[in-house]
Design a protein around this ligand. Structure first.
Ligand code: FAD
Ligand code: TPP
Ligand code: MG
Length: 597
C-alpha cells in the first residue's frame, strides 16, 4: 500500500534523540501496556494467543491485572499466530496475537505470511527493544518492520506512547476493511511503560486508505448484459465471498440465473455442496466437470477469486480460448493480474452482488434457455465421469473413505474441519461436503504444514459447543504437535484425524508422477507412537488399522466430548489424489487416475 511505505519509513527512521523525554505519570494517565489493554477491550477482543519475553513483560503485567481478555499461552509463537488466524477464519473477527521481540517475532513469521496469503484479518502485537536501543544490535533485537513488510497488509513501529491508541485503532481498521490482512504493531519496551492520557478514537481517517465498497453501476450493467447473453456461462467464486460474508447473495444469484457454479479451495461452503448447480472445487485437484466447464465457458463471472496458478493451470492454455471475463474484487491489484479481464468491477462482493441481483431482476431480457439447457447437458455428461470415484477396500484403509465416513457422521452437526497441507488436505476438500461458509479452515495460498492443530485450537475456544476436527497427515501434525499441551491446559477438546500414510504423501505423489519414482526423502522412518504421545500430553490416543474400525473410532472420538482425541489412522501409503492437473498443463488436461499415466 502506498500509505504504508511513507508512514512506515518515517516510523522506522528511529532517532532516539527525537523522543519526548519521559515524564512521571499524572493520575489520569495510563502506561502504554494499560493503554494497549484498553484498546483491545474497546475492540471487544476476547482472546489473545501469545508467548511472553523480556520486551513484553509490562504488557503481560497489564494483562495480569484485567479479566475481560483471555490470554492463551501457546508452546511456540508460530502456533499463536495460527490459532488467532483460525479464530479469525471461523468467526470473521480480527484475530489477535502477542509475541516478544527477536526470536518471538521470527518464530511468528510463518504464521503472519500464512494469514497474509489468504487475506485474513489479524493484529499482531510484537515487543521491541527500548527505542534508544533500536539499531544497536540490542539483546533480542530484530527489525520487525523490515522483516514483516512484504508479508503484512501494513505495519507500524510505535515510537511514542501518545500515538499508541490511535495506531491500534488504525491497525484494527486496516486489518478488517477492504481486502483484509494481518497488521503488525511493534511496541518498544519503553513505550509500553511510558504514560499518556488514554483516548480511543471512534474512527480514523487515513487520506490514502479508502477501500471502495460499492461497485460501479455502469460496469455492473455491462456485466448483467453479458451474463444474460451468455450461452455457456460459469460462476467461479473464491475466498472473497467468505471474507465478504456474501454467501447468501451468491446463493440468490446462482438460483436466480440457474447457472453452474464452482468454488476455489478457499471458497468451499459459500454455496452448499449439495446444490445441484455446484460442480465441486476447480483447479489442480478439482473435479473434471468443474475444470472442463472453466475451460469451455463463454462468459465467466469471477467473484472474490484471484485466478491462482493452482486454478487456471497453464495460463497460455487457459487464454487460448475465447471467453469474456467479469471480475469482481475489492482489491484493484487482483484484477487483470494473472488473466486479462473484460469487465472489471472493483468493490465489496456483498454490495456488488446485491446490485447485480437487483439489476438482473429489473432486466427485461432473460437467459437463452435453449443454450443454457444444452450447456447443462454437456456439463452433466462431464459429471457422469464420476471423477472422484475410488476403489474401496476391506483390506487397507482408503483415506477418502475416512473423510466420507467423517462427513456422514457429522453432516447434521455444527462441525468445523481444519486441515494441514498435503494429500489429506485435498481429500478433505474433495470428500467433506461443506454446506456453510467458515466451516472449512485451511492454508491455501502459502500452503503451510502445521496449521491444522493450532487452527482447531483457536476455533474450539470461539465455538465451544461445536465439533472441531483436524484432518492432518503424520508429517504435518509434527510441525506444531507441541500444541497438544496447550489444548490440555485450556481444555479445548479437538479431534485429530491423522491420515497416516507414512509418507510426505503429496511430495511422494509428485515424485512418482514427475521424477520417475525416485522417492527422495519423502518417506519418514521412525515415526513416534502417536497414541502414546497423545497420552503423554494427557489426551486419548486411538490406533485405527482396519477399514471396519474407522467408523467406531470416529464415533468413540465424538462420544468423548470433553477430551482431545488423536486418531492415528493407518491409510493406504500408495493412494494418490485424483484428478490432477500436472504442472505446465492446461486446466482441461487432467489425469483422472493412474490409468491415465
Ligand atoms: C497442496 C495444495 C493444493 C491446492 N490445490 C488447489 C486446487 O486444486 N484448487 C484450488 O482452488 N486451490 C488450490 N489450492 C489453493 C491455492 O493455492 C489458492 O490458495 C486458492 O486457489 C486461492 O483461492 P481464491 O482465488 O479464492 O483466493 P483467496 O486467496 O481466497 O483470495 C480472495 C480474493 O478475494 C478478494 N476479496 C477479499 N475480500 C473481498 C470482498 N469483501 N469483496 C470482494 N473481493 C474480496 C481478495 O482481494 C482476493 O483477490 C491448493 C493449495 C495447496 C496447498
Ligand atoms: C512448512 C512446509 N514445508 C514443506 C511443505 C511442502 N509439502 C507440501 S505437502 C508435504 C507433505 C505433507 O505430508 P503429510 O502431512 O504426511 O501429508 P500427506 O501428503 O501424506 O497427506 C510437503 C512436505 C509445506 N507445504 N509446508
Ligand atoms: Mg503423510
Amino acid at each position: 500500500m502506498d500509505m504504508s511505505s511513507a508512514e512506515v519509513k518515517r516510523a522506522a527512521a528511529v532517532d532516539s534523540r527525537a523522543q519526548t523525554p519521559y515524564s512521571p505519570p499524572s493520575s489520569a494517565e495510563l502506561n502504554g501496556s494499560e493503554i494497549l489493554v484498553r484498546c483491545l477491550q474497546a475492540e471487544s477482543v476476547k482472546y489473545l494467543w501469545g508467548y511472553p519475553g523480556g520486551a513484553v513483560l509490562y504488557i503481560y503485567d497489564a494483562l495480569y491485572k484485567q479479566q475481560t481478555i483471555q490470554h492463551v499461552l501457546v508452546r511456540h509463537e508460530q502456533a499463536a499466530i495460527h490459532a488467532a488466524d483460525g479464530y479469525a477464519r471461523a468467526t470473521g473477527e480480527v484475530g489477535v496475537a502477542l509475541v516478544t521481540s527477536g526470536p518471538g517475532v521470527t518464530n511468528a513469521i510463518t504464521g503472519i505470511a500464512t494469514a497474509y496469503m489468504d487475506s485474513i484479518p489479524m493484529v499482531i502485537i510484537t515487543g521491541q527493544v527500548p527505542t534508544p536501543a533500536i539499531g544497536l544490535d540490542a539483546f533480542q533485537e530484530c527489525d520487525t518492520v523490515g522483516i514483516t513488510r512484504p508479508i503484512v497488509k501494513h505495519n507500524f513501529l510505535v515510537k511514542d506512547v501518545r500515538d499508541l491508541a490511535v495506531t491500534l485503532k488504525k491497525a484494527f481498521h486496516i486489518a478488517r476493511t477492504g481486502r483484509p490482512g494481518p497488521v503488525v504493531v511493534d511496541i518498544p519496551k519503553d513505550v509500553s511503560l511510558n504514560t499518556a492520557a488514554f483516548h480511543y478514537p471512534e474512527r480514523v481517517e487515513m487520506r490514502s486508505y479508502n477501500p471502495v465498497r460499492k461497485g460501479h453501476s455502469g460496469q455492473i450493467r455491462k456485466a448483467v448484459q453479458l451474463l444474460l447473453q451468455a450461452k455457456r456461462p460459469y460462476i467461479y467464486t473464491g475466498g472473497g465471498v467468505i471474507l465478504g460474508e456474501a454467501s447468501a447473495e451468491l446463493r440468490e444469484l446462482v438460483n436466480l440465473l440457474g447457472y453452474p457454479c464452482t468454488n476455489t479451495l478457499m471458497g468451499l461452503g459459500s454455496i452448499p455442496a449439495s446444490d445441484p448447480k455446484f460442480l465441486g472445487m476447480l483447479g489442480m485437484h478439482g473435479t473434471y466437470e468443474a475444470n472442463m466447464t472453466m475451460q469451455n465457458c463463454d462468459v465467466l463471472l469471477a467473484v472474490g477469486a484471484r485466478f491462482d496458478d493452482r486454478v487456471i493451470g497453464n495460463p497460455k492454455h487457459f487464454g487460448s480460448v475465447e471467453r469474456k471475463i467479469i471480475h469482481v474484487d475489492i482489491d484493484p491489484s487482483s484484477i487483470s493480474k494473472r488473466v486479462r479481464v473484460d469487465i472489471p468491477i472493483v468493490g465489496d462482493v456483498k454490495d456488488v452482488l446485491q446490485e447485480l441481483i437487483h439489476q438482473l431482476k429489473e432486466a427485461q431480457a432473460k437467459p437463452d434457455s435453449n443454450a443454457i439447457n444444452a450447456w447443462w447437458s454437456q456439463i452433466n455428461e462431464w459429471r457422469r465421469r464420476e471423477c472422484l470415484a475410488y476403489k474401496h477396500s476391506d483390506e487397507v484403509i482408503k483415506p477418502q473413505m475416512v473423510v466420507e465416513t467423517l462427513w456422514n457422521l457429522t453432516k447434521d452437526r455444527d462441525t468445523y474441519i481444519t486441515s494441514d497441507v498435503g494429500q489429506h488436505q485435498m481429500w478433505a476438500a474433495q470428500f467433506y461436503r461443506f454446506e456453510e461458509p467458515r466451516r472449512w479452515i485451511n492454508s491455501g495460498g502459502l500452503g503451510t504444514m502445521g496449521v491444522g492443530l493450532p487452527y482447531a485450537m483457536g476455533i474450539k475456544l470461539a465455538k465451544p459447543e461445536s465439533d472441531v476436527f483436524c484432518i492432518t497427515g503424520e508429517g504435518s501434525i509434527q510441525m506444531c504437535i507441541q500444541e497438544l499441551s496447550t489444548c490440555f491446559q485450556y481444555k479445548t477438546p479437538v479431534k485429530i484425524v491423522s491420515l497416516n500414510n507414512r509418507y510426505l504423501g503429496m511430495v511422494r505423489q509428485w515424485q512418482q508422477l514427475d521424477y520417475e519414482g525416485r522417492y527422495s526423502h519423502s518417506y519418514m522412518d521412525a515415526l513416534p507412537d502417536f497414541v502414546k504421545l497423545a497420552e503423554a500430553y494427557g489426551h486419548v490416543g486411538l490406533l485405527v488399522e482396519k477399514p471396519s474400525d474407522v467408523e467406531p473410532a470416529l464415533r468413540e472420538a465424538m462420544r468423548l466430548k470433553d477430551r482431545t482425541v488423536f486418531l492415528d489412522v493407518r491409510t493406504d501409503p500408495t493412494e494418490n489424489v485424483w484428478p490432477m492437473v500436472k504442472a505446465g498443463k492446461g486446466i482441461s488436461e487432467m489425469l483422472l487416475g493412474s490409468e491415465d499415466l
